[in-house]
Ligand binder design. Structure first.
Ligand SMILES: Cc1ncc(COP(=O)(O)O)c(C=O)c1O
Length: 432
C-alpha cells in the first residue's frame, strides 16, 4: 500500500491525466478495466467493509483531477467528471461537430434512446416513465408549472426545501391562486414517524401535492420519502420528490420511493457533464401534466411530450452513458457506503467537541456524504472564511433561517488526510 504522501504526489502530479484531453493516452490500460479488476478483489466484502478498502478508493481518486491549490469540500454544487467521462464528452463533441446536421437528423434519436434505456435501467424504471432533462430545476418546474392547479388548491413543502423549487411554487401561487403551506423539519429527528406526522398534520381537504426533498442540500438530512408518500396517498395527495442530491449518491431505485414525480441532476452525483438531469413521471400521472415547451405531437400520456427542448448539446446526453458505466464499475451500494464513511469519518471526531455543533443527524440511514457544521461564536460566513484562509479548505456558508453553519461535502476523490485537516481546523477554531 502506498503512503498518503506518495498518493498525494501521484494524485496531483499525474501529468498524463491532463494530457488525455490533448490527445495523449489517459491510462496505460482503460480505467474501467482497472476498476473492474479492483472491484473483483473486494467483491467478497460488504459495502461497509469495502468503504474502508483504501487501495480501491485510491484508484477512484486517480480517476479525477483536482486543483492542488486548495481542499475542495464543496462538492454539493456539482461534481467534477472523472477524466475518462470528460474524455468521452470531448470525443462526442468532436464526433457531432464532424457530421453536424447529419448527426442531428439521422442519428441523435436512436442514440439518445439507447442512453435513456441505460439510465432507466439504473433508475429501476421503464424508459416510458423518464425524460433526460438539463437539471433538477427543469425536471421539477415541469411538474410544478405543468399541473392545472385551481385557485385554493394547496401544496405542502418544508422550510429546508431548495429555494428555486419554493420559487416555482410561489409563482403558481401568484399565477393560479395555489396556497402553499410550510412545515418545519427537525434537524435531529427521533423517528421517521416524527417527520411523516409533520407532513400529515399540514394536509387539508384541499391539499393536492407535497414536495419532499430526498436529501436536503443544506443540512445533509435524508428524509423517509417512501413513508411520506404512502401516508400522502392515503389522503389522495400526490408526492413530488426533489432528488437533486440522492440520485447516484444513495443506492435505491426510483419506484422504491413510491413518489409520483421525481427529478434529479445527473451532473451532481452521477458525475455527468454539466446540464444533465432526469425527470420521472409515474405512468398514470403523465397525462395530467402539461409540458413546459409546447408539443402536441405525442399522445397526452406519452412521456416523450416532455422531451421537446429545442436544439441542445446532444454530446452531454450521450456522455451520460459513460458516467453510468463509471458509476456501475464502482457499484452503487459501495459508493453510498464510501460517501457515508467519509462523512462519519470527520463528524464522529467533532460531534462531542465543545463549541462545535453538527446540524446533521448521526444515524446512518439519515445522511449521505453531506453534513453541516457550525462553530460557536462564528457566523457561517466567518467560519467558511476561516476554513479557507487558515486551513485552505473551501466550503460554503449556509445562512438559512433553519440551518446555519457551513456545508461540508466530500467526494469520492476526497482523501482521509483532507478530512483530518478539516477536523484539525474545526477543533482549532472551536478552541478559541
Ligand atoms: C435540493 C436541491 N434541489 C434542486 C437543486 C437544483 O439543481 P440544478 O441547479 O442542477 O437544477 C439543487 C441544487 O443544488 C438542490 O440542492
Amino acid at each position: 500500500m502506498n503512503s498518503g504522501n506518495s498518493r498525494r504526489n501521484f494524485f496531483y502530479t499525474a501529468g498524463g491525466i491532463g494530457a488525455g484531453l490533448l490527445g495523449l493516452p489517459l491510462w496505460s490500460e482503460p480505467l474501467f478495466d482497472q476498476l473492474q479488476d479492483a472491484a473483483k478483489n473486494i467483491a467478497h466484502l460488504s459495502p461497509e467493509e469495502a468503504a474502508t478498502a483504501e487501495d480501491f478508493w485510491y484508484l477512484i481518486q486517480k480517476a479525477y483531477r483536482q486543483s492542488p491549490h486548495f481542499i475542495n469540500l464543496e462538492n454539493g454544487y456539482f461534481s467534477p467528471q472523472p477524466l475518462e467521462v470528460m474524455q468521452a464528452q470531448a470525443d462526442n463533441i468532436k464526433m457531432i461537430n464532424e457530421i453536424p446536421s447529419f448527426y442531428m437528423r439521422r442519428r441523435q434519436f436512436e442514440e439518445k434512446a439507447g442512453v435513456k434505456k441505460q439510465l432507466a435501467d439504473l433508475a429501476g424504471c421503464s424508459p416510458e416513465e423518464i425524460v433526460v432533462t438539463r437539471n433538477t430545476t427543469e425536471s421539477l418546474d415541469t411538474i410544478i408549472a405543468g399541473i392545472d392547479f385551481a385557485p385554493g388548491d394547496e401544496a405542502i413543502m418544508c422550510d429546508q426545501d431548495y429555494g428555486s423549487m419554493l420559487e416555482a411554487f410561489e409563482q403558481q401561487a401568484r399565477r393560479r391562486g395555489l396556497v402553499n403551506r410550510f412545515i418545519e423539519l427537525p434537524l435531529h429527528p427521533t423517528s421517521d414517524e416524527e417527520i411523516v406526522s409533520r407532513y400529515e398534520s399540514a394536509i387539508t381537504g384541499k391539499t393536492k401535492i407535497i414536495l419532499v426533498t430526498h436529501l436536503i442540500n443544506i443540512s445533509g438530512q435524508v428524509l423517509p420519502v417512501r413513508k411520506i408518500a404512502d401516508m400522502a396517498h392515503k389522503h389522495g395527495v400526490e408526492v413530488l420528490c426533489d432528488g437533486a442530491h440522492s440520485f447516484a449518491q444513495l443506492d435505491f431505485k426510483i419506484p422504491d420511493l413510491h413518489c409520483d414525480y421525481y427529478g434529479a441532476s445527473l451532473h451532481k452525483w452521477l458525475c455527468c457533464p454539466l446540464g444533465a438531469g432526469i425527470l420521472y413521471v409515474k405512468k398514470d400521472k403523465i397525462s395530467g401534466v402539461w409540458p413546459l415547451f409546447g408539443d402536441t405531437t405525442w399522445p397526452a400520456d406519452d412521456i416523450r411530450k416532455f422531451e421537446h427542448i429545442g436544439t441542445h448539446p446532444v454530446s452531454t446526453n450521450l456522455t451520460i452513458s459513460n458516467a453510468v458505466k463509471f458509476h456501475q464499475s464502482i457499484g452503487a451500494a459501495r459508493k453510498e457506503a464510501r460517501l457515508k464513511y467519509l462523512q462519519s469519518y470527520w463528524t464522529s471526531q467533532v460531534r462531542n467537541v465543545p463549541g462545535i455543533i453538527l446540524n446533521t443527524p448521526e444515524a446512518s440511514q439519515r445522511h449521505g456524504a453531506i453534513a453541516n457544521v457550525a462553530v460557536e461564536g462564528l457566523s457561517p460566513n466567518e467560519l467558511a472564511d476561516q476554513l479557507y484562509n487558515r486551513f485552505n479548505i473551501f466550503t460554503v456558508a449556509i445562512n438559512n433561517p433553519s440551518v446555519k453553519g457551513v456545508r461540508i461535502t466530500p467526494h469520492l476523490y476526497t482523501r482521509l488526510e483532507d478530512l483530518d485537516t478539516l477536523v484539525k481546523g474545526l477543533k482549532t477554531l472551536a478552541n478559541k
